[in-house]
Design a protein. Sequence first.
Length: 274
Amino acid sequence: MKNLKLIFVCFFITAYSFADVSPKEKEALLKLYHATQGDRWNVSWNIDAPVNTWQGVSVKKGKVVGINLEFNNLEGKLPDEIGDLVNLEKINLGFNKLEGEIPKSFGKLSNLRSLELFMNKFEGQIPAELGELKKLEILKLYSNKLTGEIPESLMQLPELKELLLGSNHLTGGIPVGISALKNLEKLSLMDNNLQGEIPSEIAQLSNLEELILSTNEFTGYLPEEFIMLTKLSTLMVSDNNLSQEYRTVSGDTPVSVSNLTLETATATMDIEKE
């Protein structure tokens, strides 16, 4: 009898460990599948099989924690139900054909650490609701058709390490509140329509390694305070309306801001860096 009970307990624990996801999470995934022409994906899902067998979906203890559908021919608009995947930690939908606005419901994903929607056709403004993602470390929205200003709410993401918003149609200036992003290592805003002076508050980002601001409409000079950016190894500010030209620097050696004035050197091509 004891052996029978032990077998039953072991079976129960095993079944629980590999239990399928909740109906609400599964329904959210199905909404994503149908809204983005899942039957035409490069690698489709067998929606009759358990969710943990679906390509690109990571399930842990019966919870959907990851989605990676990069380069998978997703077309259409993302459904609002994506906000029901409340256990999601990472999502990568890069290099697809997604369009429409980025759903505000992303702001409900409080466990999200990485949001990658680059190389699509998203338009409209960056949702201010993304500022609710307090665990977010990586935000990659580059190479879309996004408009409007950089939301102030993004300056309230204490864990953010990478903010890549290049190759969109963003306007306005860089929020001075950017100084709050103490963990930021990479900032790329290249190829937008950003204006105004480059804020000296960026100099307070002591962990910054890459700063890419080329091909905008910035004016003035590089702030002298940038000399404090001792970890900065990549700086690109060409193709702006700055009062003087600066060399593009990219490498492993920290940038010496005092030696960036362009005299006879030729700047190298700026590229979006990850």
